[in-house]
Structure formats: C-alpha cells, structure tokens
Design a protein around this ligand. Structure first.
Ligand SMILES: [Zn+2]
Length: 80
C-alpha cells in the first residue's frame, strides 16, 4: 500500500476512538464490482486496504493502485 496511506491515522477508530484496530490487504475483484465498479483492469483487481475496529466494528476501505485515478475518469463515479 502507498506510503501516504500509511501516514493516515489508521491506529485510532474515528467512531469510538478505540485503538484495537486490525488491517488486511486484499484486492477488489470483479465480483465486488458492485462496491467498486470499474476501478480494476480487465480482470477487475485493484489493491484494497481494509481496516476494522475490533471494539465497534467500524470498517474502513482504502483503494490503492490506479483505482483512485480511474474513478476520476469513470462514468460510474461522481465527485461528492
Ligand atoms: Zn471503533
């Protein structure tokens, strides 16, 4: 995962301020495209960092790789 993401405050939960967080790195796949449409390549993969608070269960997802650039050009994504 990119260094700038490691600088983020991943060690404290923004919901309950708990500090027992767990993280895993995975990929978005085609079958998860309902959540992250069109961010991967032909095979539909892009890095995904998942951080879960073991106290309240809040789950955060961080899209890595080229996924964040692709969403800027995709009709499936709009600025908020
Ligand atoms: Zn929490």
């Amino acid at each position: 995962m990119e260094r700038n993401q490691m600088k983020m405050n991943l060690r404290q939960c923004p919901e309950c301020e708990g500090e027992r967080l767990y993280a895993t790195e995975t990929q978005t796949w085609n079958h998860t495209a309902v959540l992250w449409p069109r961010l991967g390549g032909f095979w539909g993969t892009t890095p995904l960092l998942v951080v879960v608070c073991s106290d309240c269960g809040l789950t955060r997802f961080y899209v890595g790789g080229e996924g964040r650039e692709k969403m800027k050009r995709s009709a499936k994504w709009r600025p908020v």
